[in-house]
Design a protein around this ligand. Structure first.
Ligand code: BG6
Length: 484
């Protein structure tokens, strides 16, 4: 079947930086289904030609050495532009007529990609419905919705209800681009395609899990958006909780979208909700020192740009094992990692052997920038009596597999075209994630403890975060990418 990809918000950043470059890459690799048409829709006055021209430099920039004029010349004729306003029902009606014309009367599977501000999701969906563009009599109609999906449980529920009035759940693809990253999918392969890890993956052998998404960049020009979000809504509700579910879930019996998502949902249900008293002792919040100088940040803003949260998953496997989630802007480097911290050996017969948690075995799943895995274990230092040292064993994707690692959006866009929602969040998943985040956000918004602490850019967040960990007899794994 032929495909049409319609991008609402065609003149936006995401379209230029991610979506069109990803579609170009799929085309270059011969994976874009034959004769796919890509239609941009926004209020900006482009012609087909001028939109193509405006995209060319971005695609060249973001695809680097993969860009060639020749290939661009073959790709560009697949790209079209239609001007209109998502708030105007008639404009969407006209878009529908244009798409039918472009598709020359043949059934095309359509993807409607909402690369829009969240306030436009609902009206766009309503107008798509009114224009008869969601009906699937002829061919699939799939709706892709970017994050943020709501700003709390109540708004996410409302949005789900509104979208469900027009599209059924199996037509909806809620994007979390972390799920398109290779190493994120590899968490499942590592756990469930091997026998050596899974038997240890539980409360008996693990002390705790740390999931860190650190970014060196400050908020910068995104402050207007960031002020209404903050670190919990921007990173925890989606990316970090997704990483937690993949780390903690039980093996699904089959690798299909429903089985996988059912298991993830069970984890989210089992996460213990925090009371305001819990928030005071189980979270840390911070703001980098120069945040209030960023354009569009009101003086005295209390928006957190750093957060650390300790969660428990109340089930047999994980009872008593803390999951530490941490993320921050303006940190020492860009790194996303899941650290599986094992317990110390139950009995130590070697003098000076590992007696403290951070000297025990550790498995580091490096999600980005370099993708790979590192195992930390004790070895004997040669020719030094029985002296021991924690050493490591690396697996680096780039070294083992030739070729570039694909961008998350390539995988995700292709999955939508193929109708595979495994790597997309289901309605219940999104709502459960909000139900975990809401009480924390509410306690922070109420100004309760912990106090917002300022931190210097270029470090690992507020000093209190380190102290908080030490008080629990643990240390953060503050290592910039372990693999390069
Ligand atoms: C986005 C957040 O969802 O993820 C940004 O809105 C953040 O604030 C980004 O910078 C991080 O994505 P990545 O892929 O660079 O880790």
């Amino acid at each position: 079947m032929e495909h049409t990809v319609v991008i609402f918000g065609a003149s936006g950043d995401l379209t230029k930086r991610k979506l069109i470059p990803a579609l170009y890459e799929l085309f270059r690799k011969g994976r874009l289904p034959g004769d796919t048409r890509i239609v941009g829709f926004s209020r900006s006055p482009f012609s087909h030609e001028s939109w193509r021209d405006s995209l060319r430099e971005h695609v060249a920039h973001f695809t680097g050495s993969h860009f060639s004029e020749d290939l661009w010349g073959q790709f560009a004729p697949h790209v079209f532009y239609h001007r209109g306003d998502v708030l105007n029902g008639d404009d969407l009606g006209r878009l529908g007529a244009y798409l039918r014309e472009l598709e020359e009367g043949r059934p095309h599977a359509r993807m409607y990609y909402l690369s829009l501000g969240p306030e436009f999701y609902e009206p766009t969906v309503v107008h798509l419905g009114a224009a008869g563009m969601a009906a699937e009599q002829e061919a699939p109609r799939r709706l892709v919705i970017e994050k943020p999906f709501g700003r709390d449980l109540q708004s996410a529920r409302r949005l789900n209800a509104k979208v469900h009035e027009v599209f059924s759940e199996d037509q909806i693809y809620r994007i979390d681009h972390y799920l398109g990253k290779e190493t994120v999918s590899n968490v499942l392969v590592l756990r469930f395609a091997n026998t050596i890890f899974e038997p240890l993956w539980n409360r008996r052998y693990l002390d705790h899990v740390q999931i860190t998404a650190a970014e060196d960049l400050p908020v910068g020009h995104r402050a207007a958006f960031y002020e209404s979000a903050g670190i919990l809504r921007d990173m925890f509700q989606n990316h970090l909780l997704q990483l937690l579910t993949l780390t903690a879930m039980e093996p699904p019996s089959r690798l299909n979208a429903d089985d996988i998502r059912d298991e993830k949902v069970k984890v989210l249900r089992a996460v213990r909700r925090l009371t305001a008293e819990d928030v005071a002792v189980q979270t840390v919040r911070g703001q980098y020192r120069r945040y209030r100088d960023e354009p569009n940040v009101p003086p005295g803003s209390e928006t957190a740009t750093f957060g650390a949260v300790k969660l428990y998953v109340d089930n047999w496997r994980w009872q008593g094992v803390p999951f530490y989630l941490r993320s921050g802007k303006a940190m020492s480097c860009r790194t996303t990692q899941i650290v599986i911290q094992f317990r110390e050996p139950p009995h130590m017969m070697f003098e000076g052997g590992p007696r403290r948690i951070h000297e025990a075995n550790r498995l580091v799943l490096q999600i980005q920038p370099a993708e790979g895995i590192q195992i930390h274990f004790q070895t004997k230092v040669p020719d030094a009596g029985m002296k021991m040292r924690l050493t490591d064993l690396d697996f680096n994707f780039r070294e083992k597999f030739a070729g570039e690692m694909p961008e998350a959006y390539e995988r995700l866009l292709l999955d939508v075209m193929m109708g595979d929602p495994s790597l997309f969040a289901r309605a219940d998943e999104v709502e459960l994630a909000w139900s975990i985040i809401d009480p924390i956000q509410a306690a922070w918004d109420a100004g309760g403890p912990p106090q917002l602490e300022l931190y210097e850019a270029g470090g690992w967040g507020p000093p209190y975060s380190e102290e908080w960990m030490h008080r629990q007899g643990r240390t953060w794994f503050n290592v910039c990418p372990v693999l390069s």
